[in-house]
Write a protein that binds this ligand. Structure first.
Ligand SMILES: [Zn+2]
Length: 240
């Protein structure tokens, strides 16, 4: 597969895959094109990705990194929330996608809007989007293949994965991805405020904190941050 060599300044950003354990890997986020960290959970029988990414190019670069690490492509991709940088690569994923019902409905609604009003409705949201979609990259938005309401369990073999819909100050469609044996949580952008002002409702932040506090996790990875401890997440959420 061809590597995308992207940069305004001429340097190239290679997608870096980090290994947390013999079950969990993740790619690092990139601010320039607003690309979030993507997660990967290796089961004995099949594997799970956490978030699809910003575009087909982001998916392909993630898959290149997985192949270089000798990891099978995911059979299932969990979407943490509907925002474009996490979901608009869904049309290019290997296997199926799963999201909560609200996330899938937001994707359907936004696809209709883009079809009626044109791609500018999306491209005008942010400069980082225009960079990701430079060169007339087509905007393709698809809903999830599988949908759940409040919670769902996955058993890809040798490791359990729990999908938990949660209150969040970022969006009202947040899914937390818990891997109990690894004491690991993927939380998407759940700890953020709302796009584009980043104002954060302190009540919802504290409610999310209460949910995460009850989970037996040590490490937490979101879309746009380095790996965090549970303590760091809770301190952030309860600060107001
Ligand atoms: Zn988001």
């Amino acid at each position: 597969m061809k590597k995308t060599d992207y940069s305004e300044k001429g340097e190239s950003f290679m997608l870096e895959l980090k290994q947390f354990s013999d079950r969990i890997w993740y790619s690092m986020f990139e601010e320039e094109r607003d690309r979030p960290c993507l997660g990967y959970i290796r089961g004995d029988r099949w594997s799970v990705a956490v978030d699809a990414g910003h575009s087909d190019a982001h998916v392909e670069e993630f898959y290149d990194a997985l192949e270089q690490a000798g990891l099978p492509l995911p059979s299932l991709t969990v979407i943490t929330h509907w925002h474009w940088d996490h979901s608009f690569g869904m049309h290019r994923i290997h296997g199926l996608s799963v999201a909560n019902a609200a996330t899938s409905q937001y994707l359907r609604d936004f696809a209709v809007r883009v079809a009626h009003e044109g791609e500018d409705v999306f491209l005008s949201l942010d400069e980082s989007i225009r960079k990701e979609y430079a060169g007339n990259r087509p905007v393709v938005i698809v809903p999830a293949d599988l949908v759940f309401e409040n919670a769902m369990g996955l058993d890809p073999g040798g490791v359990q994965v729990r999908l938990l819909r949660s209150i969040s100050p970022h969006t009202d469609d947040s899914t937390l991805v818990l891997i109990p044996e690894e004491r690991f949580l993927f939380f998407g952008d759940a700890i953020s405020g709302v796009f584009p002002t980043w104002e954060r409702d302190p009540v919802k932040a504290a409610q999310l904190g209460d949910s995460i506090r009850k989970l037996e996790v040590s490490h937490c990875l979101g879309g746009h941050w380095p790996l965090m401890s549970k303590r760091e997440i809770l301190d952030d959420l309860y600060e107001g």
